[in-house]
Design a protein around this ligand. Sequence first.
Ligand code: WT7
Length: 654
Amino acid sequence: MSNKSLANLMSEERRFPPPAELAAHANVTESAYAAAEADRLGFWAEQARRLSWSTEPTETLDWSNPPFAKWFADGKLNVAYNCVDRHVEAGNGDRVAVHFEGEPGDSRSLTYAELQREVSRAAHALTELGVNKGDRVAVYLPMIPEAVIAMLACARIGAPHSVVFGGFSADALATRIRDADARVIITADGGYRRGKATALKPAVDEALTRPGTENVRSVLVVRRTEQDTDWTEGRDVWWHDIVDRQPAEHTPEAFDAEHPLFILYTSGTTGNPKGILHTSGGYLTQTAYTHHAVFDLKPESDVYWCTADVGWVTGHSYIVYGPLANGATSVLYEGTPDSPHKGRWWEIVQKYGVTLLYTAPTAIRACMKWGDDIPARFDLSSLRILGSVGEPINPEAWIWYRENIGAGRTPVVDTWWQTETGAMMISPLPGVTATKPGSAQVPLPGISATVIDDEANEVPDGGGGYLVLTEPWPSMLRTIWGDDQRFRDTYWARFEHRYFAGDGAKKDQDGDIWLLGRVDDVMLVSGHNISTTEVESALVSHPKVAEAAVVGATDPQTTQSICAFVILRGTAKEDDGLVEELRAHVSKQLGPIAKPKRILPVAELPKTRSGKIMRRLLRDVAENRQLGDVTTLTDSSVMDLIQTKLPGAASSDD
Ligand code: WT7
């Protein structure tokens, strides 16, 4: 990609220094960078002391057999004890751990003392169902407190969980049950979504008819919606029948720091899902530290809300493990942001006095599209830090988030990480960094990341290439479940001794890192590399565009040509001049080479349930091909809609 286009992207650059008040009382200050730089392992050994170990580790990192790392290997701890019991023992049993808000409007708050009792009962119940240390448990639940309780109960007895997002199909569930060889499944009759009770249990029943799932002995079912549910005697057990009668005390056993905590399958836009394996001590150390540092958590006064689903890594690390290890009070919301009205999220922020909010750019852009007047109706003055994760956040959305949700005063922290990294890796620190809209900026203290070119040379400031991690980190994935070779090949083969994240990135003149999307999302147009993200950012910076997705379509003349799908803002009209206006706008922003050849206004974009645009499907459309697999789409009717636009769709050839 040309430096000119990057310069243009960043010419909108403004800096926002941390609010003085926040900086004065920040959990983490500038000195953390120097401390970690001087002694990286010593820094992490110190962070591990945030946890309560039953055997303190003496060894920090064993990297004698790369890429297989061991962190704090001779330490022992119980993760659930760290997330729950120790807060009760410290006298904080009455503090709320989870404010649950159901989509229909029901709510329930669980204190740490109550959570301890629930987790203890659930741990006993799993043991009664024959779950032993090391056995895998699949969790397929809506966003209800039992999801958190189930994960912690598994952690408590050393049974790795494999949480499968509740929106996945029976087939996706079966693949994951088979790969992990799960013995027990925890599910619910259903959950509420967009005002409807949606069944979950039938997908489990169907998954269990598939070959390779025979080892599942029991299905533990939470009653949430009270809808009619088919029952297999001898296999299915109601949660309330078995969990509620268990003793409320349970003695946690200490496990090795490297004991597996969970497997989480990456949403994978191609190929078989990869079972990312995370272990205990290092994972909990980094999730706790980053949550403390990046959200500046003050557990006595903050109310924290991460809008992700527990089925994604964001939910694992920043709904469950990081916040609870830190003794935080969190909000857990079951439903969608627009149910029953488009102000639902802001109503929740107002109701609980949320101070720290963590969400995804796709949601921010949806809110932008619905209009500024919606959040303006609510009191959002409690908010003090806003986080973003999941994809590059275009400067337009970043500014909108800060202005309309954060009243122009809250820092926005753009956090880069992956399922594989387990915890945040690159992010501003809210009390230290002068933030830049659109950039994740710098590796967190203790993290070594850089940008390199094809020959593995570090690029100078102003240059672009591939994001790599150059030193092991505590919450790194340990392997791909059952496939060490795939682990080596996928992440460690492209560049020797470096973890290749699969993302393209640039360093600006200050050395700050800008993520440019997956490297497979870079287009080659007449010999120029152009990132889809840059063109999307340029389109979204036009006042009539709410959202954009860009793909490279095979083109006989230019190798690839740029094809853009755009969602217009509420009031914008799709008329003849519009497409030309948008093309001219991109050309002005990024240069004529980045001008889309075709622009198609559409009503929706195809996204995976974690909010990633499925460019593969848009490429199929752009190249007039039969659509590939749509099973990971949130809403498969989206593609039908887009395809109806196709014949004679707005295209322009020059
Ligand atoms: C990929 C990882 C991390 C939890 C949610 C997604 C993209 C993530 C950012 C960001 C630019 C980002 C990357 C990464 N990504 N955060 N702040 N800026 N890109 O987890 O499903 O494993 O996806 O999401 O492309 O590699 P995931």
